[in-house]
Ligand binder design. Structure first.
Ligand code: DAS
Length: 356
């Protein structure tokens, strides 16, 4: 029996309205850009049993996104391959290029959030750098994985899904650069990689900001240190980063490293001391000599948690040294580099370490 014209028109109308509803829904979806830089989240192993033995930085961003069709339920996602490297090989040039790209995208009206996929080794340094210099309140989320996508119980897919859903959420705005790993939403400032062979690898001594579960954010605190739109630093005004390096304190400490960095022309030296940032008696004069040459001395601690007290283990006022507060040495280096693009004054430097 032929189908009547009115019925055909009714069916066509229903299809059109369904299609237009889907199109409207798609058009209304937030646009998240995924900037891929490499790392284990783009890694590949020889077999599913290889959760720790694999090659990082192999899978291109298109393949990462194609392998996660569920992303389309969360946002309109586009990808860019900025680098394809293991993050232990990041340089200051990589940091500057990535931050410039993030900043440019954040300025675009058609971009609602940005995700950076990154190796886990220096993820915490990049996240803190972006937190300091990208002047945007839009969600910027850095994400990695501890296992390659080829491994049994790989963590990358859910980490990436979580990162995109956090970056697509309006309530993620204004919280500084975020890191999503293992269901937690961490502050890019506070978080560090604390374990090198577990998926629950990223911790902050001050705790996560929240959790993300099935694409929904559950917030429990907000950052109090200056970041992004509250920062006095701006990647658009930074063309180069000064040399800042780190020496560790330990039993039988000597001054070879301190003197070598002085000769190499560092602008600041982070001393990761024992305990509360203690400096071995035999190293004090070498650090004082560096200060006399105009090099800033930043007293941090090799002890992961707590914070360094000014004038406790060393007379910082007398020596004109700076303390790193609760920042781990690798984060103190990032802040010192950024701060030195603005000031060479140690009192200003100490203010910056209190505020960021
Ligand atoms: N080599 C590590 C890196 O790229 C792999 C990883 O954990 O992402 O940081």
């Amino acid at each position: 029996m032929p189908i009547s014209k009115p019925f055909q028109r009714w069916v066509a109308g229903c299809l059109l309205s369904a299609l237009s509803a889907a199109a409207i829904a798609q058009a209304a979806q937030p646009h998240v850009v995924v900037l891929a830089t490499g790392g284990t989240i783009a890694g590949a192993g020889a077999s599913a049993a290889n959760s720790a033995t694999y090659a990082a930085a192999k899978v291109p961003v298109e393949k990462l996104l194609a392998g996660l069709p569920e992303l389309s339920q969360v946002a309109k996602v586009t990808g860019e391959q900025v680098f394809q490297i293991a993050s232990e090989s990041f340089t200051n040039a990589h940091l500057l290029q990535l931050a410039q790209r993030v900043s440019a995208l954040a300025k675009q009206a058609d971009v609602d959030g940005i995700v950076v996929t990154h190796g886990t080794d220096t993820l915490e340094e990049t996240a803190y750098f972006l937190n300091l210099v990208v002047r945007s309140s839009k969600p910027i989320v850095v994400v990695g994985s501890m296992r390659p996508g080829t491994a049994l119980s790989a963590d990358g897919a859910l980490n990436l899904y979580d990162a995109v859903s956090v970056a697509a959420s309006k309530d993620s705005a204004g919280k500084g650069v975020l890191v999503t790993m293992n269901d937690e939403i961490q502050s890019g400032r506070d978080v560090s990689k604390t374990i090198n062979i577990k998926t629950e690898a990223f911790k902050s001594q001050w705790g996560p900001l929240g959790m993300v579960v099935e694409g929904k954010n559950y917030w429990f605190r907000a950052p109090v240190k200056r970041h992004t739109t509250q920062s006095e630093f701006n990647i658009d005004e930074i063309q180069a980063l000064p040399a800042v390096d780190i020496v560790y304190g330990y039993g039988n400490m000597n001054t070879t490293g301190i003197e070598a960095y002085g000769k190499a022309g560092v602008k600041a030296l982070v001393h990761a001391g024992t305990g509360n940032g203690s400096v071995a008696a035999q190293a004090v004069d070498a650090l004082k000599a560096l200060r006399a040459q105009g090099v800033q001395v930043v007293r941090a601690a090799r002890v992961p948690d707590g914070f360094v007290l000014r004038n406790a283990e060393q007379p910082d006022d007398k020596y004109d040294w700076v303390v790193a507060h609760d920042l781990r040495p690798q984060k103190a280096r990032i802040l010192a580099m950024v701060a030195l693009t603005k000031t060479r004054d140690s009192k200003e430097l100490q203010r910056i370490f209190w505020e960021y």
